[in-house]
Design a protein around this ligand. Sequence first.
Ligand code: CP
Ligand code: NVA
Length: 313
Amino acid sequence: MTGIAGGKPRHFLDLADFTTAEIEGLLASAKALKARHRKGELGDYLPLLGRKIALVFQQPSLRTRMSFDVGINELGAHVLIVSGDEIELGQRESIADTARVMSRYVDAIMIRMLSHLELTELAHYASVPVINGLTKKSHPCQVLADIQTFEERLGSIRGRTVAWTGDANNVLASWVHAAARLDVKLKIATPEQLAPPKEILDWAAREKADLTLTRDPYEAVSGADCVITDCWVSMGDSDREYRHNLLRPYQVDQRLMDAAGRDAIFLHCLPAKRGEEVAADVIDGPQSAVWDEAENRLHAQKAVLVWALADTK
Ligand code: CP
Ligand code: NVA
């Protein structure tokens, strides 16, 4: 299994690592792959025929697991799925040795693990592309699919306004990266205790991202084309009651959507808890694009895989 001939493997760890043109290229590819999918022309296009791709999960997953599995099959490659527990990731042997060994068996590694540091360590020692399937820090595959969904519904995201309300978690961090690269005005409403970490705000300032931080969800959604939220308790969070108490005022209900406007769409990466971060009538209502968003994981990730494995043998 060899990576890019004579060069470094093409990892997909964070949208921050990509230029505007590269992200737009991935989105164009995702759109083309979806059109091909819709026309039922999958059998004519098998760019990854015979390749082998490992999916490693240290945390649970529905969408990431199934969309990668189906996408890899559609591209003609073979998939191997292992849980972090099965291989005792980071315990039975070092992350570096795991990376070295896996690189001898497979052409790419998609991994979900909480530690972003360990993800970067794995990528450092792997000689094949490593794809971030969610860490505690970021979730770039999700946000690529989110942008694809936004653009299907509302046209180019350049110069548009996106509102985030709730916990400043991993999905938001990838939205901050996307906002900087794609000239999105990102308005973020969080309680003070769950505001974006300094590291991401410093990055956003350096990259001149257009962020607005507020405690008021109504201020965040004013003028927004899209309203986004996520669960109040992410994987790896233990302080459930504390988070619920802080985040209750940040629920996306119809009154909040009305404040954004009738044409605004609602996104949520899922899994969702109706009655907590989102009211049932919003997620199940006409402004919600969450099912397209979940489907687009498939197309966006196929674009990432085709890009990551281009020019490799
Ligand atoms: N949105 C998302 O990543 O879903 P899963 O956790 O089910 O993969
Ligand atoms: N923020 C959530 C996303 C789940 C897809 C989590 O990390 O659990």
